[in-house]
Design a protein around this ligand. Structure first.
Ligand code: ADP
Ligand code: MG
Length: 146
């Protein structure tokens, strides 16, 4: 399960390819209805991690980024995935306007970049928090906080 993947607390990831690899690993344990909040600065690797998860779930277009569209739905994946990016949102109302509450009720796997926006107040109880940090040039750490 998730905790086994992070059993040493923090995972060190030394390349973008490795970040996608970690995503593919996560794809084996993530469940429908789970909500994953990705936290980390610009360039921390959130989108690469999501792309790996999408690859692992067999999504046909794992490269699409929702930075401009706010949400991208991957209904062809083994588990339907809704990939959000809160980066461009200024008010929680924008998230509600695109149907956030309805998305949370659908039972899809929800992956949200910049989930700490609005102090994390839009994320439901039970959110799986993944924290990505810039450790060194080309190196990132990923840790789990449920
Ligand atoms: P975010 O979505 O957090 O802004 P992205 O995944 O879009 O981040 O981009 C991460 C950037 O950092 C890419 O340009 C990637 O090539 C680079 N990078 C360098 N080292 C790593 C690493 N170990 N893991 C992930 N990305 C890395
Ligand atoms: Mg991103």
């Amino acid at each position: 399960n998730l905790h086994k993947i992070f059993n040493s607390g923090v995972r060190t990831v030394s390349s973008p390819e490795e970040m996608r690899g970690l995503g593919r690993l996560l794809a084996e344990v993530l469940q429908p209805g789970q909500v994953v909040g990705l936290v980390g600065d610009l360039g921390a690797g959130k989108t690469h991690l999501v792309q790996g998860i999408l690859e692992g779930l067999g999504a046909g277009n794992p490269g699409v980024s929702p930075t401009f569209s706010l949400v991208h739905e991957h209904s062809d994946a083994r588990i339907p995935v809704c990939h959000f990016d809160f980066y461009r949102m200024e008010l929680p109302e924008e998230l509600l306007a695109i149907g956030w509450d309805e998305y949370l009720e659908r039972g899809d796997l929800i992956l949200a970049e910049w989930a700490n926006r609005f102090d994390g107040s839009m994320m439901p109880e039970g959110t799986v928090w993944l924290l990505l940090e810039h450790a060194a040039e080309g190196v990132r750490t990923v840790s789990l906080a449920v």
